[in-house]
Design a protein around this ligand. Structure first.
Ligand SMILES: [Zn+2]
Length: 61
């Protein structure tokens, strides 16, 4: 039995205890920090946007 609730991060796909909830999805602390520090011209930026779009689409359907 796992006493601490773990949620699957939508960005890295790993199960983490700490993080933020975006609509109904979960983003872990490390990904959240990375997203905040990622600039638009960064190569990783489109990846984050794509992951977040999935949340957005699900929320609006
Ligand atoms: Zn993550």
């Amino acid at each position: 039995m796992e006493p601490i609730e773990r949620k699957t991060c939508i960005i890295c796909g790993e199960q983490k205890e700490e993080g933020i909830k975006v609509v109904t999805e979960f983003i872990c602390v490390s990904c959240e920090r990375e997203m905040v520090s990622t600039k638009v011209e960064d190569r990783k930026y489109p990846f984050f946007v794509q992951q977040l779009k999935q949340v957005w689409v699900r929320f609006h359907v």
